[in-house]
Design a protein around this ligand. Structure first.
Ligand code: LLP
Length: 422
């Protein structure tokens, strides 16, 4: 369920006509519905209401400060993967004791920043990282909360670029040698072993990989207990998929039910790191049609948003629904929706049976709330777009469109180049 619906043939976000926002903010822009974000967070979080848990929103999917704050107000924490994400989370007012830090390549300075900020725990992904964390904590006179992210070797049955829990992936420590690393960590004086964690992939549409991996994690927790190592947290990562097109992923309720049925360790606090399932269908990208070009082979609808604004179709061949902001009688066409970037991979939809658009019309690219703005770039020197949040009949600019000055921020031409005259 989301709050992007037509009323009298016009697309609305909650109570605000999308067209009205476009007139004031310009295009392209990301548009989020507050009610949808909150509803999705609550649906997920409430599904685990009867177990000790912490829902740590995976902010790589959407790191806008207002969105982080919204989930924090709802009782959530965040899952971070960099010093930059930590900075954003703290800036949004998130309590560091609700922050978990995953990532295969944590830099020493970022670990130091996280330790100084007193985050809940680090999900370490290699033996070397564990030793370095202990070393940094010792130097700072701190104790680092440690969890080991294990790689359970489970096939999540999703796109290979977003599979993370297979042996061949770079993520985590092989579950079969985790005991060795836990034992080593237990002997290090500036670490406190807190948990076991995993994340097997993203956009999963089946429950079985989650359950299979939980079984393996439970087994590891038993082995650790036998070795005298007790953990309080079980971090199951994120990964639950959404409907972009015809996918039928389980509802968070079913996901939680399957997890809870398998979870018989009452003394554990479960950490969940959902991203996409919360924000994916709570955001859309609004773009304007610039031209329609009909060649011998194809029809191209050229719009003002591009792969730098939403890279998912180019990178993974992902499907995003294309809808008009104003509904009217239209002929159907088969077309590519493309942006202005100088790459043939710059498309938002390919060979799509869709409605015909005329220049000047507004188009909505659906399901763009996750990994949309957060993966955007300045390629082709395109300022990053605005982000807007609607709440009821009001809308708020939650991130201003970048200016051309932002594009050159920090750049300087050294004197020797300025002085060179031909
Ligand atoms: N936890 C960790 C450690 C992760 O690496 C991720 C996502 C998540 C949680 C959240 O996963 P989610 O619930 O959103 O599936 N750019 C890709 C997705 C990459 C996911 C990376 N890790 C896309 O646009 O499909």
């Amino acid at each position: 369920m989301h709050h992007f619906q037509y009323k009298n043939s016009e697309l609305f976000c909650e109570e605000v006509p999308v067209k009205q926002i476009a007139e004031n903010v310009g295009t392209p822009f990301y548009l989020y519905s507050h009610a949808t974000l909150r509803q999705h967070f609550r649906a997920f979080d409430d599904a685990f209401g009867d177990v000790n848990h912490l829902t740590c929103f995976s902010m790589k999917s959407n790191s806008n400060l207002s969105i982080l704050r919204l989930f924090y107000n709802e009782g959530g924490g965040v899952d971070i993967v960099s010093g930059g994400e930590l900075f954003r989370a703290l800036k949004a007012g998130v309590d560091p004791k609700r922050i978990v830090y995953s990532g295969v390549g944590k830099r020493a300075e970022d670990m130091e920043y996280a330790l100084q900020s007193n985050i809940l725990m680090f999900n370490a992904e290699s033996s070397q990282e564990i030793f370095l964390l202990n070393e940094i904590a010792r130097r700072l006179g701190k104790k680092a909360g440690l969890s080991i992210r294990v790689n359970p070797d489970i096939d999540p049955q999703t796109h290979p670029y977003i599979s993370t829990g297979l042996k061949e992936n770079k993520f985590g420590i092989d579950i079969n040698r985790a005991l060795e690393d836990y034992t080593a960590a237990a002997g290090l004086s500036n670490l406190t072993i807190l948990g076991v964690s995993c994340h097997i992939g993203s956009q999963l549409t089946k429950l079985s990989p989650f359950v299979d991996s939980l079984k393996k994690l439970k087994n590891l927790i038993r082995i650790l207990r036998e070795a005298g190592i007790h953990v309080q947290y079980l971090d199951l990562g994120g990964g639950l998929g959404i409907t972009y097109d015809k996918e039928e992923p389980p509802h968070p309720r079913e996901y939680a039910k399957a997890i809870k049925a398998e979870l018989d360790m009452k003394d554990l606090t479960v950490i969940l790191e959902p991203g996409r399932v919360i924000v994916g269908n709570a955001g859309i990208l609004i773009t304007k049609v610039l031209y329609a070009k009909v060649t011998e082979d194809k029809t191209f609808v050229i719009v003002d948003a591009a792969m730098n604004d939403l890279i998912r179709p180019s990178l993974y061949g992902s499907f995003h629904g294309i809808q008009p902001v104003e509904r009217r009688m239209r002929r159907k066409v088969k077309a590519d929706v493309v942006g202005p970037i100088c790459e043939s991979s710059d498309f938002l939809a390919k060979d799509r049976e869709m409605e015909r658009f005329d220049p000047g019309e507004l188009m909505a690219v659906m399901s763009a709330g996750a990994y949309g703005f957060s993966m955007s770039s300045n390629y082709n020197s395109r300022p990053r777009v605005a982000e807007v949040m609607v709440k009821g009949n009001e809308y708020y600019l939650i991130r201003a469109r970048e200016t051309v000055d932002d594009l050159v921020k920090g750049e300087e031409i050294p004197d020797f180049l300025v002085k060179t005259v031909l």
